[in-house]
Design a protein around this ligand. Structure first.
Ligand SMILES: Nc1ncnc2c1ncn2[C@@H]1O[C@H](COP(=O)(O)OP(=O)(O)OP(=O)(O)O)[C@@H](O)[C@H]1O
Ligand SMILES: [Mg+2]
Length: 344
């Protein structure tokens, strides 16, 4: 799904926050919070792939973990389509929470740590299936064969232990394990970041094919602009726990309006002459998520900073172009022109 057509919502987060308390001293006094996710609005459609892009520490993994219900949000509302349209699932617990976990599966960067080294991979997938109620061992075996075919792993390999696979194969196996319980959403957290470029392409292509066949929605967390753009319909750019821009992935290079998104894009080496631009070097370091700047979180590093940026936080609003998927959180009256094409 790459067009701009409207699609039914599967999952919506509103004003979502996740703070980690910072405690000091013998009395473990609460002295502040790491504001890992700080007021995120997000909607994922059925069968849609949304990429989450941003530098290290901007809150991507924390957002994924909250959406997959591995962490409780500090505040905000989570709504999910359980069959009759979106309904509030923020406070589900017990058996409802357990059932929900089957709908949203998270896949991590390092599959070696998510598989038990002493358990054969086939048994690891069978265990997840039985936890989620597939009691018959024949049914489990059939399902495991089916998902292994989807990710091009030969069923006889399932007798092996995790260390007997290459990184790419292990990552394909964690995709297979996630898919085995027929989730509606996969949260894929930097799943190709640790792999060689050629293997990255293989894993991303498998995920794309699987997405086309099963219509599973994917939240693809990455710091790689090229990979995010290739796999997703929409890209959401995060900075210090906030969403600064949401755009159509197909036009990411031409339409980016936020100075931070433009800087991220300009840092990507490309073979495409028309997309090659002068690199924008960001000034200074990313501020601490404990002491965030007032106003716009990006103002301390922005070349276009205005007085209002230091005091007033910009809200996500429709971008200047006519694309209804495009939203940006920036005070600038006009988006900065993208840097000129680099002459070779
Ligand atoms: N359990 C935790 N306790 C305290 N602070 C945490 C915890 N988990 C994450 N953080 C902090 O929250 C912020 C966001 O972290 P997160 O891992 O979500 O970022 P990220 O965008 O996934 O980074 P990376 O690209 O390096 O994976 C960081 O400052 C991190 O140190
Ligand atoms: Mg992370």
């Amino acid at each position: 799904m790459t067009g701009t057509e409207a699609i039914a919502s599967l999952y919506r987060a509103s004003k979502l926050t996740k703070y980690f308390p910072v405690r000091r001293g013998v009395l473990r006094r609460h002295v502040g919070d790491v504001k890992a996710v700080d007021g995120v609005d997000l909607e994922i459609g059925r069968g849609e792939t949304v990429a989450v892009l941003g530098e290290s520490g901007c809150g991507k993994t924390t957002l994924g973990r909250v959406l997959a219900r591995l962490e409780r949000p500090t505040s905000g509302v989570l709504e999910y389509d359980l069959g009759q349209g979106l309904e509030d699932v923020t406070r589900t617990s017990g058996s409802d929470e357990f059932a929900f976990r089957q709908r949203v599966q998270m896949i991590f960067q390092d599959p070696y740590t998510s598989f038990n080294p002493r358990q054969r991979v086939g048994d690891a997938i069978a265990e997840l299936l039985s936890v989620h109620g597939m009691d018959s061992s024949e049914q489990r075996a059939d399902r495991i064969t089916e998902v292994c075919e989807m990710v091009n792993i030969r069923p006889e390999y399932l007798q092996r232990y995790p260390h007997e696979f290459s990184g790419g194969q292990r990552q394909r196996l964690s995709i297979a394990r996630g898919l085995s319980v027929r989730p509606e959403l996969i949260v894929a957290d930097e799943i190709v970041s640790a792999l060689d470029v050629s293997i990255q392409a293989q894993v991303v292509n498998i995920l794309r094919t699987v997405q086309g066949e099963t219509r599973v929605s994917i939240l693809f967390i990455s710091h790689d602009v090229g990979v995010a753009q290739y796999i997703s319909r929409r890209t959401m750019v995060m900075y210090l726990g906030k969403v600064v821009e949401v755009l159509n992935s197909a036009t990411l290079h031409e339409r980016a309006e936020h100075p931070y998104t433009q800087a991220l894009i300009s840092a990507v080496p490309t073979m495409d002459e028309t997309a090659r631009r002068e690199r924008i070097v960001l000034r200074g370091d990313v501020p601490s998520p404990i002491n965030k700047p007032s106003g716009c979180p990006f103002h301390t590093r922005c070349s276009y900073v205005m007085e209002v940026c230091r005091v007033e936080e910009p809200l996500l609003r429709a971008a200047r172009d006519a694309d209804h998927l495009h939203q940006v959180a920036c005070h600038l009256p006009e988006p900065p022109a993208m840097s000129p094409l680099r002459r070779q």
